[in-house]
Design a protein around this ligand. Sequence first.
Ligand code: DAT
Ligand code: MG
Length: 136
Amino acid sequence: MSERTLVLIKPDGVRRGLIGDVIARIERKGLTIAAMELRQLDADTAKTHYAEHSERPFFGELVDFITSAPLVALVVEGPRAIEAFRGLAGLTDPVKSAPGTIRGDHALEIGENVVHGSDSPESAAREIKIFFPDRF
Ligand code: DAT
Ligand code: MG
């Protein structure tokens, strides 16, 4: 059974020229891209996307960062796509992420960890609706 997840190549990933690398890993894994858009988020959209972290001390920084420059939003599809992409991404802390993962290969800072991937079917449905309303 196929599943969909929302993936973001965050502003650090775009700035550093990692769009192709991330897409290549998604495709190499056998996942497919169902939608894709380069866009810069406004603060309201960023706050809605990261609502679960609104009380965390890093929330302001997170919103500033994610709105600082264009990102690439993708809907990625395939069997267990949510878990499959989280596996490709690695752990939230890039230093703890194994080499071979996106974050393990490309990042050092928890706040600039290249990609986002939805963490559950409920999050995926909510996040896909934010980025691609009426498309799915
Ligand atoms: P993930 O992106 O792995 O799902 P998360 O949902 O816990 O991680 O956090 C969302 C983003 O917020 C994360 O990718 C980077 C930032 N973040 C998380 N914890 C942080 C911290 N302790 N300090 C700074 N930024 C943090
Ligand atoms: Mg998360």
